[in-house]
Design a protein around this ligand. Structure first.
Ligand SMILES: [Zn+2]
Length: 63
């Protein structure tokens, strides 16, 4: 049986820039630039969609 699990979008702190909205670009000598993940807002909208497949387990069956 396949079930679809969907979690509503929520706002989370961006891990790339730790919520600051900018990251140090080491290839250009450590200059600060806008975080590419959150585009400078420091936050991300995270949503989740999963497919879960369940079936009965029979004794001795290899999974
Ligand atoms: Zn960011």
């Amino acid at each position: 049986m396949i079930r679809q699990i969907e979690k509503p979008p929520r706002v989370a702190i961006c891990r790339t820039c730790k919520g600051t909205g900018c990251v140090e670009n080491w290839s250009s000598g450590g200059e600060l630039e806008t975080c590419p993940s959150c585009e400078g807002s420091g936050r991300l909208v995270v949503s989740c969609k999963m497919m879960v497949d369940t079936r009965p387990y029979r004794e001795g069956e290899r999974v």
